[in-house]
Design a binder for this molecule. Structure first.
Ligand code: NAP
Length: 241
């Protein structure tokens, strides 16, 4: 399957008034995306990680929550096959996608890797947050707090991204932010890389959210199953009522 098919480019026009949201995560067989001590890097293989760079490059924004920023200090830019010999598929980067951190209280530190000048960065913060320490290094967007008290209002974030030309948004977690997107019906497609490994304890792919009982289970249609090196890649689309 081609990269553009994986991120659903053909369907981007079917969502109205907001970017199309692709949620990607890397998990173990027991559905863990991080160990109990919050370490999460290298769950999946180099092949899967290389493919993720191509998926990022096919969208116009890569989005993470402030929890992931704090835990992993991710760089979030697309690496091309020429920049990094470990990437086994050629990734062409015509224009780096936005790197986006959803960071209500402006906790991203001054030295964060997303604040370098390799790619444009947008940090969404609350209207009253003190973001002076990164205002020179990133585009700061002020959003209302969510009515349920969980971070920022996601429709407002999507509106800001759409206004900047984002048609496909690549949501890279973490599980708390992803659960809010799922609960709000704002995930259009899921790409899961499942590594043949077990962690036992640790965070699962979604943390929190509004599904509490089987009656509310969000069924998905399975669109594709493929191998990615030693991992399995699943492609699914949530069923809409
Ligand atoms: N394996 C993988 O695929 C993968 C991918 C990403 C992360 N991870 C792992 O996941 C862990 C971090 O998970 P996490 O759940 O703490 O972090 P997260 O989901 O990245 O960030 C959650 C935080 O985002 C902020 N936020 C702003 N608006 C929000 C909204 N509307 N809904 C929900 N959150 C909102 C909240 O903090 P504020 O309100 O304070 O801003 C919230 O606590 C790390 O261990 C990381 O390594 C794994």
């Amino acid at each position: 399957m081609r990269i553009s098919q994986l991120v659903g480019v053909d369907e981007w026009g079917t969502v109205e008034g907001r970017p199309y949201v692709v949620y990607k995560y890397a998990a173990t067989l027991d559905g863990r995306i991080a160990a109990a001590d919050s370490t999460s890097q290298w769950i999946t293989s180099p092949e899967s990680r290389a493919e993720v760079h191509a998926l990022r490059a096919a969208c116009q924004a890569t989005v993470v929550g402030s929890g992931t920023q704090q835990a992993d200090d991710p760089h979030l830019a697309v690496r091309s096959g020429w920049d990094d010999p470990r990437l086994q598929i050629p990734v062409q980067v015509e224009r780096q996608p936005w790197r986006v951190v959803v960071d209500t209280n402006a906790r991203t530190p001054k030295g964060a890797r997303v604040l370098d000048d390799v790619a444009p960065t947008l940090i969404a913060v609350a209207e009253d947050a003190d973001a002076r320490h990164f205002e020179d290094a990133a585009t700061v967007v002020r959003l209302p707090r969510a009515a349920d008290g969980r971070g920022l209002e996601l429709p407002a974030l999507l509106e800001e991204l759409r206004a900047r030309g984002v048609r496909g948004m690549f949501l890279e977690g973490g599980p708390t932010l992803a659960a809010s997107f799922v609960s709000a019906g704002l995930v259009d497609r899921i790409i899961a890389y499942i590594a043949p490994a077990l962690l036992g304890n640790g965070k699962s792919a979604l943390q929190g959210g509004t599904v509490e009982t089987m009656a509310d289970i969000l069924r998905c249609d399975l669109l594709d199953v493929a191998r990615s090196g030693p991992d399995v890649r699943l492609l699914a689309r949530p069923q809409r009522p």
